[in-house]
Unconditional design. Structure first.
Length: 115
């Protein structure tokens, strides 16, 4: 059973930074694809960033150049460094772990960007 626990969310002013962390249980972390999604009030959940087992990364256009996804396989943890935050980045952020076609979800962490 895979469990994912996010942390690092909070309230930040526009232009500020936050780093989200997601700790995973289980032994399949290093061979799994990892990702971050977000869901803003009244909007559909959207994919934000992904990192594969080889370290290759992809991003949605709206966060390119501002967000960085990374992984530490020794700590079974995936990170999302978010810089130059905007009010439209306000959402609940979820981490995911995908292996053999099964996607596991964390419980989410709230990020609010507001002055």
């Amino acid at each position: 059973q895979v469990q994912l626990v996010e942390s690092g969310g909070g309230l930040v002013q526009p232009g500020g930074s936050l780093r989200l962390s997601c700790a995973a249980s289980g032994s399949i972390f290093s061979i799994s694809a990892l990702g971050w999604y977000r869901e803003a009030p009244g909007k559909q959940r959207e994919w934000v960033a992904g990192i594969n087992s080889a370290g290759g990364t992809t991003y949605v256009d709206s966060v390119k150049g501002r967000f960085t996804i990374s992984r530490d396989n020794a700590k079974n943890t995936v990170y999302l460094q978010m810089n130059s935050l905007k009010p439209e980045d306000t959402a609940v952020y979820y981490c995911t772990l995908t292996r053999v076609g099964i996607r596991h979800w964390g419980q989410g962490t709230q990020v609010t960007v507001s002055s």
